[in-house]
Design a protein around this ligand. Structure first.
Ligand code: ZN
Length: 181
């Protein structure tokens, strides 16, 4: 489960030139970096953006909405974007590149969807934004929502957990072991 000892690799949002369709899912508040990304896209490519944000009055989004190549869909965090995103992924063409930008809980829930529809690792770009992450308790198997602290307390069993750099892609979680272990 935690065989891979490396932490995930995150990068900047940089367009993959060869793709003819790009799909972004983001819960990152830094819309500016998203706008910068869209400016770098080759002409004639299409972009579908799913944004999980609290308000949709962000003026900067208007620039995307008026470009007919792009489709911008906003979601309130409490509603989640999972269903709509899966629908988009299901309709995507061969060679589509997906970009997931946000905290690690968000990113890895999106990766799970992409894998479900058969998108390969090479076509999935991950951009980390925010510090929320999942920590798996090695003692009671609970997945805790945590920040990037190196020591947290398990919500279920109360154990003080040291968060190791072991990351399970399947669970989208870091491994937390008892501090003294
Ligand atoms: Zn626990």
């Amino acid at each position: 489960m935690f065989l891979r000892r490396s932490t995930p690799l995150y990068t900047e949002l940089v367009p993959t030139e060869a793709a003819n369709q790009h799909i972004i899912a983001s819960n990152c508040n830094n819309i500016t970096s998203l706008m910068e990304f869209t400016k770098k896209l080759p002409p004639l490519t299409s972009l579908i953006v799913h944004l999980e944000i609290d308000s949709d009055d962000i003026m900067v989004l208007d620039g995307l909405r008026t470009d007919e190549r792009f489709q911008v869909i906003t979601h309130k965090p409490q509603c989640g974007i999972t269903h709509a995103m899966l629908d988009t992924l299901n309709k995507s063409s061969m060679g589509t590149v997906v970009y997931f930008s946000g905290d690690e809980i968000f990113i890895w829930s999106m990766v799970k969807l992409a894998k479900k529809v058969g998108i390969t690792d090479g076509n999935i770009i991950l951009n980390k934004c925010g510090s929320k992450r999942n920590v798996y308790c090695a003692h009671c198997s609970t997945i805790n929502i945590a920040d990037n602290s190196s020591i947290i307390q398990c919500n279920r069993c109360g154990t003080s957990l040291f968060v190791r750099n072991h990351f399970s892609r399947r669970m989208g979680a870091y491994l937390g072991v008892r501090v003294d272990d």
